[in-house]
Design a protein around this ligand. Structure first.
Ligand code: AHR
Length: 846
């Protein structure tokens, strides 16, 4: 097992060696070109798409009309609207057996989201979204307009996804449905209009007034360029009309696909050269309720018949970017498809209800098998024929199926086995992914090939965990797919992206274990923030700094790693916490008793029955009171902390009994130096799924400290014996006499390196992260190399400040710059600027 300790050991050896032969003047990176280590599979760098923050609708999917079918007012499936909330059925959660009784706030008026109806003179028009004349059963709502009651023509206007964007001279394909009474006017004018109502594109259609639904199609040509236009249908002020399914697409889509993707957005995705695309989620695969999950069969066929679904990220998905379009996109960008199916359980943090009967589970397994048949089945199969009917007789490149998303517990383990066996029996070539992370239920899950840990952590976690996979045993039984990772917390910028780069050096170094990785979330419409990998609005798109870093990794993936020793000049000092001790809750309530602090030798330093609460303890938020020797914290909202004042405690053992009375978990604080700097054992972290340590500091706020998240669920109303042991930089957390978690705190490294060989090009590829404010100039030594060219390539991503980030005003502020690098040889220095990610490519014969 390689550990970070081995690097330090290497360092000690190097220093000892140098004592006899002069001082080491630079950090050394020794690469043994003859010693190949982990193969780096071509599958490594992929992407994960989920409909979140308008990544699909209002994102990559080229549809320009929002709420095109007037279905946005539909409640999430499996809920009823009551008291302004969508309420899920009273059903037990698959993991806790408790009743989450999940509800989500529900606003009236969503049926008209993005639409407005008014007479041209500004007067009111009688109209309503109704179900009395459905266009089809799947999308029962339509807009009914009693146009004859207004004084002037009636404008039905859609604001698009935060504006309609058109480009002068370009064509836009319109499709819409109208059901007009004989008494209605005989024309409808479709146009794109500016804020003053001036038309920048228009077309008139003759209305068929036969009281039936009729489809209208035609192209509109833009006479101007702009991004804050609206789309308008103008009806004469006569009679009654129904309107439904209004759709406007640019004629030019990515690869010219009908119902296609935006050229610019799919283009930037393609530029990443992703090895795979994971679809459709994420939590939306699980759903708020089982009924609310993504049902792939509802996402294929004519878009007018797709019902859509409220997605748990707060809006309704049209699923215009459906299963077929996902597979088509994979083919178009040369990626493998990874389909995620529901594993029989809705999201644990939402309603958590589940399918329990064999019939119900079989239904879901069949749903997954049908999805595979749709993608790769022959034209003679039922779903293969459907695929051909939908325009693609050849199979699609579906390679993986993931069973569920972020699921936990024995019920998941049992279901997973059923899915695994059924899929493997029929489609042995499909790689099945288990949604468990490093969880104990893996032992119960039967055959597991690949697991899927997710990390949404602070930049500090990513900087610290570049060596996390080095700590796994060589014979670790599962391959790893890091399906979702992202540095989170604000602000996100070059600093956080370099943290991800540091982490990716560890992923690539261990690519025999971690065989696939994808950042999440992928796209973000800027009206929903600007923190995801790729940020877009209706007429433009840019990649954040981490997009460019990921692209550098993907474009410079070696075929195999080379043994690389990093020998820094200086050894980091070992940190030992020293400071106040305390107890804490965050969004939870708890009781504490029998608290004591011991020295390592067992000698008691302090004990309390809380009678000294007023003298010795300082509250920092929360509501604390003592009764019968039991201290309770009863405020549910916000962070509550109680600190043992003016005590400087270093190595020690903290013991107490704790009972959670509400919320997720509780924390034991140590090494505190002021209100903004302390450490804690977090028992019931990640929404009561784990035990980890944490550091609170001014720079980053709340930093998770763990290598592998240790699964733990704190039960309500149960007294726990908790013991925290601080032994220098080694910290242990015991619960009920069991050592649950041990963590070794090391200083955050500042420099990272990984190297490998591009076999085809005969190039050694070295990746270096420098997260310091000073330039870093390590000496690179190539051992056992054949002929080395003196000139290679250096690609550098950096910026003046670690706070820098790209934006619409300056989308290329921080992008990689490539140049020729001279002076290469067996030993040479490379200058890595402050706050930089550098790739060097050294032409080199083995
Ligand atoms: O990326 C957003 C969400 O984060 C995903 O849907 C889910 O898998 C994770 O919890």
């Amino acid at each position: 097992m390689k550990t970070y300790g081995h690097y330090l050991l290497g360092l000690a050896v190097a220093i000892a060696a140098l004592q006899g032969c002069g001082r080491q003047t630079a950090d050394r990176i020794v690469i043994d070109v003859a010693r190949e280590t982990a193969e780096v599979p071509s599958s490594l760098y992929g992407v994960f798409f989920e409909e979140i923050t308008h990544s699909g609708d209002g994102g990559i999917y080229a549809e320009m009309i929002q709420n095109r079918g007037f279905e946005d007012g539909n409640a999430p499936s499996g809920t009823v609207i009551k008291d302004g909330r969508a309420q899920a059925a009273h059903l037990p959660c698959y993991f806790t057996d408790a009743y989450n009784d999940f509800t989500v706030r529900w606003r009236d008026g969503l049926a008209m989201k993005a639409w407005s109806v008014a007479a041209l003179d500004g007067g009111k028009v009688s109209c309503e979204v109704v179900t009395d004349n459905p266009l089809n059963a799947a999308t029962p709502h339509a807009l009914r307009i009693d146009a004859g009651k207004s004084g002037t023509d009636v404008a039905v206007t859609n604001s698009g996804y935060w504006g309609i964007a058109v480009e002068k001279g370009k064509n836009y394909n319109l499709r819409f449905y109208v059901k007009a009474d004989p008494s209605a006017g005989d024309k409808v004018e479709a146009s794109v209009v500016d804020k003053a109502g001036n038309k920048v594109a228009e077309r008139s259609f003759d209305l068929v007034r036969n009281g039936e639904w009729n489809e209208y199609r035609g192209a509109l040509t833009a006479s101007e360029t702009g991004n804050d236009f609206s789309f308008r249908l103008l009806f004469p002020n006569k009679g009654r009309v129904y309107v439904d399914f209004v759709s406007l697409f640019p004629e030019e889509t990515f690869n010219g696909r009908p119902n296609g993707m935006r050229k610019d957005v799919a283009g930037i995705l393609q530029d990443l050269r992703p090895a795979f695309v994971r679809w459709p989620g994420g939590c939306i695969v699980e759903g708020l309720t089982m009924e609310n999950r993504v049902k792939w069969k509802e996402t294929i066929g004519d878009i007018v018949d797709r019902p859509g679904e409220y997605n748990l990220w707060g809006y309704r998905s049209t699923f215009g970017f459906g299963y077929h379009e996902f597979l088509q996109l994979c083919e178009d960008i040369g990626a493998d498809g990874m389909f995620v199916c529901n594993a029989g359980m809705s999201c644990l943090f939402r309603n958590g209800d589940y399918y329990s009967t064999p019939e119900q589970l079989q239904e879901l397994i069949d749903e997954a098998l049908d999805a595979i048949e749709y993608a790769i089945g022959g034209p003679e199969t039922y779903w293969g024929k459907e695929r051909a009917n939908n325009g693609h007789p050849e199979p699609f490149p579906l390679r993986y199926v993931e069973v569920g998303n972020e699921n936990v517990g024995p019920r998941y383990a049992a279901n997973y086995q059923l899915f695994y066996r059924a899929i493997k029996e029929k489609y042995p070539q499909i790689e099945v992914i288990c949604a468990l992370m490093f969880h104990p239920w893996l032992d119960e899950a039967g055959e597991v090939d690949i697991i899927d840990p997710h990390y949404y952590e602070t930049p500090g976690w990513f900087y610290r965990n570049a060596y996390v996979y080095d700590k796994l045993p060589e014979n670790y039984p599962y391959k790893i797919y890091v399906g979702e990772y992202a540095a989170v917390g604000r602000p996100l910028n070059l600093h956080s992206s370099l943290g991800e780069a540091a982490y990716l050096t560890g992923v690539e170094r261990n690519a025999d274990k971690v065989q696939l990785v994808s950042y999440a979330p992928l796209f973000q419409n800027s009206n929903h923030g600007k923190n995801h990998l790729i940020v877009l609005k209706n007429d433009s798109v840019y990649g954040r700094t981490n997009y460019h870093i990921l692209k550098m990794f993907s474009h410079n993936r070696p075929d195999v790693n080379l043994a690389t020793e990093f020998r820094p000049m200086e050894k980091a000092e070992q940190f030992r916490p020293n400071g106040y001790v305390g107890i804490r809750t965050g969004g939870s309530t708890a009781e504490f008793k029998d608290m004591k602090i011991l020295q390592k030798n067992g000698e008691q330093l302090y004990a309390t029955d809380w009678s000294d609460l007023g003298d010795k303890w300082v509250p920092k938020g929360g509501e604390w009171k003592v009764e019968g020797g039991v201290l309770s914290q009863t405020a549910m909202r916000g962070d509550a902390m109680l600190v043992l004042d003016e005590e400087e405690i270093g190595d020690c053992i903290i013991e107490m009994k704790v009972r959670k009375t509400g919320g997720a978990g509780f924390q034991i604080v140590f090494g505190g130096t002021d209100d903004n700097n302390y450490f804690m054992a977090d028992i019931g972290s990640h929404g009561n799924e784990s035990i980890i340590f944490r550091e609170i500091n001014e720079e980053e706020g709340n930093v998770s400290l763990f290598d592998f998240r240790h699964t733990y669920n704190v039960l309500k109303d149960k007294w726990y014996d908790v013991k925290i042991e601080i032994d220098g930089n080694v910290w242990r957390c015991w619960v009920d006499g069991v050592l649950e978690y041990e963590y070794t705190y090391l200083d955050e490294p500042r420099h990272y390196v990984v190297s490998g060989l591009d076999r085809e090009k005969n190039e050694v590829v070295v990746k270096l992260v420098n997260s310091e404010a000073e330039a870093w100039s390590p000496r690179i030594e190539l051992k056992h190399a054949g002929k080395i060219a003196s000139t290679g390539e250096k690609i550098v991503l950096t910026s003046a400040s670690p706070d820098d980030e790209n934006d619409f005003g300056n989308p290329e502020k921080v992008v990689p710059v490539s140049s020729a690098m001279t002076g290469l040889g067996r030993s040479f220095e490379v200058e890595c600027p402050p706050y930089s990610f550098t790739v060097i490519r050294i032409p080199c014969k083995k």
